[in-house]
Design a protein around this ligand. Structure first.
Ligand SMILES: [Zn+2]
Length: 264
């Protein structure tokens, strides 16, 4: 096993920042090496030269050092800050949505090869795209697949038969398409999905990032794609929240550990 270096250089996108202690900041970064929360000592001091570099959605080059609880920021340089996000509230909102999704779906320390470049490329597309929601849907589709929630769009999740070119249904709980035959005796509510929307969802899934730019479907299809992806994301996050609550409740029955360790 190779030991990680005491200091290392990488680049990342700042997903989120929050105040920490009197003068420090905690930054959540998605870097080439994965997601890390790093401490930026003194970054909130009025004379700090770093402060202005440490804004959400900035692409930064950083030098990090191992700290006791988390990496510490030693040097930072802004590589890109996408001025347009300060001027265009729609683009800014989509960019923040992508940033928040990444933060919520990727755990601390997790690394998905290629995700950093995809995130960077998506932010760049949101900044310039005629319909900035479309690159967001491309990103959502690929983020979900990478983190283990690939949506099944080719076979029915109940009977496993190949999906035919006709209107279908979706189960967020089961993560994919339910054929009309299985849907006819389903007891719970399933979301109907038309052939055209399904075709675009599959296209996003199987295509490279050029699909952010071409073809761009009409507003109606984009809105239906958005509703499906957001519904699926919400279902996954709620499921996670429920299981973390269960874990927490189970934890209450565990013996209390002696002297509380110092936490941040
Ligand atoms: Zn079926």
């Amino acid at each position: 096993m190779t030991r990680p270096p005491r200091r290392w250089r990488t680049e990342g996108i700042i997903l989120r920042r929050r105040d920490f202690g009197e003068r420090d900041l905690l930054l959540v970064l998605y870097t080439r090496q994965g997601k890390y929360t790093v401490r930026a000592p003194g970054a909130r001091h009025p004379r700090s030269r770093r402060g202005p570099h440490l804004q959400p959605l900035h692409q930064v080059a950083v030098l990090l050092a191992h700290g006791r609880e988390r990496p510490v920021l030693v040097e930072v340089e802004t590589l890109r800050s996408w001025m347009v996000f300060r001027e265009d509230v729609t683009r800014f909102t989509w960019a923040m949505y992508v940033s928040e999704l990444t933060d919520r779906f990727v755990w601390e320390g997790e690394h998905y090869p290629g995700l950093y470049d995809l995130l960077r490329r998506t932010l760049d597309a949101i900044a310039r795209h005629p319909q900035p929601d479309w690159p967001v849907h491309y990103y959502e589709t690929h983020l979900l697949s990478r983190v283990g929630y690939h949506m099944e769009l080719h076979h029915c999740v109940r009977c496993n038969r190949p999906i035919q070119a006709e209107d279908q249904f979706l189960s967020f709980q089961e993560g994919g398409v339910v054929c009309p035959s299985c849907a006819s005796h389903a007891t719970e509510h399933l979301l109907a999905v038309d052939v055209r929307t399904l075709k675009y969802l599959r296209h996003l899934q199987r295509s490279g990032p050029e699909a952010m730019w071409h073809p761009i479907p009409k507003q109606g299809v984009r809105a239906r794609v958005a509703r499906i992806l957001q519904g699926y994301e919400q279902a996954i996050l709620e499921q996670r929240l429920r299981s973390s609550r269960v874990l927490k409740q189970l934890g209450e029955f565990q013996p209390k550990s002696s002297p509380k360790s110092k936490t941040e």
